[in-house]
Design a protein around this ligand. Structure first.
Ligand SMILES: *Cc1c(COP(=O)(O)O)cnc(C)c1O
Length: 365
């Protein structure tokens, strides 16, 4: 059985280093927000070439706390795409703010400058742009420029794009603030939950530090409204410090697999992702087919795991009933029906990759 992802192979490959990191934390007796967290935050900020990294409990908290630091409050409108798993929508609603849904480009699956401009004209206070599937949003620099000129804040959700860049500038450093997730399956993943907020602004970093810990200015003194408890623990930080130095190598292997798929999958009923360059980090390899469900069934019958990221646009989630019944985004809706994710993770062997190609190419519609 070829799984979509295989975390046990990654854990097995680094077991001695992981055990050493965990042992170090256990012997230290310092379990939450200690020296391991501080070291990892500094290393990750340095990796991104950002001034500040403030860790939090997960990627969804990172979006929520990042938006709160930007001043988003109840009733404010925040722009987001609707094809990225509803994490931003969840964070926006947790604040009591309102999502404004932008359509995506049908070839890149991400937000466009034109879409952001329309959102700003509609009066959003903040824009969230998601670097989806490992691709840096191609127009991110222009989007950041437009947001700055319009005095609208910009949060980059980088949960699927650790290390992705444009012209050497890593995602997470284009906007005012950025969110990362270290959920185990991400390109940089812990062995549990984790997340981080990244920013070049001293003021925003200070706010995030307060918001992640009850709004404290100092121990037991609450000065910042809207505080939470959202912290990274020492074991996860120590484990992340094992994986961070290997991130570029793991991303290169992901990219190699994606490139192999792109040059070897040939099928009249499959649309492959366009060439994504050397700064793409191949978090998910997503193809399209008008007969997606039949293809998925064929893969299942041949023992190959696949998944759909993501099957339901945010505004069509059943929880909302008819709250967004007036929203219609043609590309988002078309993609939700056609997309399929193939296995693509650093520990895949060449033989496994070749087998996926053979099975896909052997599909008869
Ligand atoms: C995984 C993910 C998140 C949320 O991260 P969690 O740590 O699971 O809360 C946010 N945005 C995107 C695009 C993601 O893929």
């Amino acid at each position: 059985m070829q799984q979509l992802n295989n975390l046990s192979s990654r854990i097995a490959a680094y077991q001695p280093q992981i055990k050493a990191a965990v042992d170090r934390v256990i012997s230290s007796g310092w379990l939450v927000l200690g020296p391991e967290v501080k070291t990892f935050e500094q290393q990750f900020a340095a990796y991104l070439n950002a001034r500040h990294c403030v860790s939090v409990a997960n990627g969804t908290d990172a979006i929520e706390i990042g938006l709160k630091a930007l001043g988003i409050e109840k009733g404010d409108r925040v722009a987001t795409v609707a094809n990225a798993g509803a994490y931003t929508t969840t964070a926006v609603l947790a604040i009591g703010a309102e999502p404004y849904f932008m359509d995506v480009d049908v070839n890149t699956h991400v937000a466009t400058l034109a879409g952001v401009r329309a959102a700003i004209e509609a009066g959003v206070k903040s824009v969230v742009v998601t670097h989806l599937y490992g691709l840096a949003v191609p127009e991110i620099a222009q989007i950041a420029g437009l947001c700055a000129d319009s005095k609208v804040s910009l949060l980059e959700d980088c949960a699927q794009a650790h290390g992705a860049a444009i012209d050497g500038k890593r995602v997470g450093t284009f906007g005012d603030i950025a969110s990362f997730s270290f959920y185990p399956t991400k390109n940089l993943g812990a062995l549990g939950d984790g997340g981080a907020v990244v920013t070049n602004s001293d003021v925003l970093a200070e706010r995030v530090l307060a918001l992640r810990q009850y709004g404290w200015a100092s121990k037991y003194t609450v000065k910042t409204a809207g505080g939470r408890n959202s912290r990274l623990d020492e074991m996860q930080a120590a484990i992340l410090s094992v994986f961070l130095p290997r991130l570029d190598e793991a991303n290169a292997r992901r990219r190699e697999i994606a490139t192999y798929y792109s040059s070897h999958i040939h099928h009249p009923d499959i649309v492959l992702p366009q060439n994504r360059g050397t700064e793409y980090v191949a978090h998910l390899f997503v193809i399209r087919s008008a007969h997606r469900d039949a293809l998925r069934e064929h893969l299942r019958a041949e023992g190959i795991g696949s998944d759909i990221h993501y099957p339901i646009p945010d505004y069509r989630q059943p929880v909302f009933e008819d709250r967004y019944s007036d929203v219609q985004l043609p590309s988002t809706e078309q993609l939700a029906k056609e997309i399929l994710t193939l296995p693509c993770y650093p520990e895949m062997t060449d033989d496994e990759v070749a087998r996926v190609v053979a099975v896909v190419n052997g599909w008869r519609v």
